[in-house]
Design a binder for this molecule. Structure first.
Ligand code: AKG
Ligand code: FE2
Length: 175
């Protein structure tokens, strides 16, 4: 909530919009294990995706390289820093911020030398909640770019389609 409120402040978004959206939110934890692979050039550890969450805080546990982000069309490796978290903007936050902060597309690669471990903590609105572009960020010049949707419906739609880049976010976009 601290990070989310600082982001709200940076965008001059009403803090109460952010609190309403994420208060008593849904937290999930995923622990990823990538065993060493004899033919890493043939394998992707985790396919390209953007997190469908609000915010993700990720720890690259054993400081093995493997996480890559797509920057201007190119895959760029994120070198793990000791005791540092990677903080990712997820799709829900892109929607709430009405496109100002973009969710980042990323993937994980494997290697032949050593296993790799990561822990991702995802934070999103509660299941009974609803979200859409924050009212304080919608103006005449910048109308809402995304639809409003209930969290449960959002997840239902998400789990019924294939994980593929940022494609689910496009479904949420107002044509
Ligand atoms: O293993 C990683 O560094 C990435 C994990 C990830 O993107 C995820 O769990 O959503
Ligand atoms: Fe991810």
């Amino acid at each position: 909530m601290k990070i989310l409120l600082l982001m709200a402040k940076a965008l001059q978004m009403e803090p109460k919009d952010m609190i309403e959206l994420f208060d008593e939110g849904r937290q999930a934890l995923r622990i990823n294990y990538y065993p060493p692979c004899p033919r890493p050039e043939l394998v992707t550890g985790l396919t390209p995706h953007s997190d469908s969450t609000g915010l993700t805080i990720l720890l690259q546990v054993n400081e093995m390289e493997g996480l890559q982000v797509r920057k201007e069309g190119q895959w760029v490796s994120l070198k793990p820093l000791p005791n540092a978290f990677v903080v990712n903007v997820g799709d829900i936050l892109e929607i709430v911020m009405n496109g100002t902060y973009r969710s980042i597309e990323h993937r994980a690669m494997v290697n032949s030398m050593m296993e790799r471990l990561s822990i991702a903590a995802f934070y999103s609105p509660k299941l009974e909640g609803e979200f859409g572009p924050a009212p304080s960020l919608i103006t005449m010049e910048k109308p809402a770019l995304f639809r409003r949707i209930g969290m449960a419906n959002y997840l239902r739609g998400l789990y019924s389609c294939e994980l593929q880049g940022k494609s689910y976010l496009d479904i949420m976009r107002i044509a």
